[in-house]
Design a binder for this molecule. Structure first.
Ligand code: 13P
Length: 249
């Protein structure tokens, strides 16, 4: 199965900077300088969606998404962005449940579940992020936290695995490994991904990506682990050179 390599640019880059990186990526993809068994995803900030989508237009196996959205079509939701606006900007995927939205913006499991269902119901693809804090891990709560995050988001979904398989991915991102330089060790990634696949139950065909301090130097060994179907990359996806090195790992 093709490995999925996704870039989450978070709140970084002006439009022109985002466009420049996307153009380099687009050229590399068109010139077939990336392996055929890779699916590439890019999640730029909202304002950079149009130039990034344009730069990657027509690139094979390449998807563009937004980092967030509000689950209503339009109306009095000051500061929010709807799915039709995102679609109009050229993107068809969304990140949901990222730890920064759970912990900094205080999004609840219930709101994340609502957003997941809403996006899927409206024809968008979703990368659903899950993961435990260090405190939860050290308190022996890994299983409980992942089970709660998975079941609240997946239980309301109508079960049609063939449709879901094309439009839903899980990203396991241990909070303590995000932006800290502390990549989870092989044993921890194997254990957590095995657990996520088990907790997914009837949804276990969904791809499960790993995220948290992925770099060009550790990407190949992470991708080689059982049940790691791809990578969700923050800091190391900001420069085209290092993101391409991860894609080619
Ligand atoms: P870093 O790769 O910077 O640790 O970020 C991971 C992440 O949160 C991707 O969504």
């Amino acid at each position: 199965m093709a490995k999925i390599i996704a870039a989450n640019w978070k709140m970084n880059k002006l439009r022109s900077e985002a466009e420049d990186v996307a153009k380099v990526l687009g050229q590399a993809i068109r010139d077939k300088k990336v392996p055929a068994d890779r699916t590439i995803m890019v999640f730029p900030p909202y304002l950079s969606l149009p130039p990034v989508a344009k730069a990657l237009e027509g690139c094979e196996r390449t998807l563009v998404g937004a980092q967030n959205f509000y689950p209503e079509e339009s109306g009095a939701f000051t500061g929010e962005i709807s799915l039709p606006m995102i679609q109009d900007a050229g993107a068809h995927w969304v990140l949901v449940g990222h730890s920064e939205r759970r912990h900094i913006l205080m999004e609840s499991d219930e709101f994340i579940a609502k957003k997941t269902k809403y996006a899927l119901d409206h024809g968008f693809g979703v990368v659903l992020c899950i993961g435990e804090t260090l405190e939860e891990r050290e308190g022996g709560k890994l299983n409980e936290v992942l089970a709660r995050q998975i079941s609240t988001a997946l239980e309301p979904l109508p079960f049609d695995v063939q449709t879901l398989e094309k439009s839903l991915m899980i990203a396991y991102e241990p909070v303590w490994a995000i932006g800290t330089g502390k990549v989870a060790g092989e044993k921890e990634v194997l254990e957590a991904h095995g657990l996520v696949k088990e907790l997914l139950g009837k949804h276990s065909v969904l791809p499960v990506l790993y995220g948290g301090s992925v770099k060009p130097g550790n990407a190949a060994s992470l991708l080689a682990l059982d049940n790691v179907d791809g990578l969700l990359v923050g800091g190391a996806s900001l420069a085209a050179e290092s993101f391409l090195a991860i894609i080619n790992a």
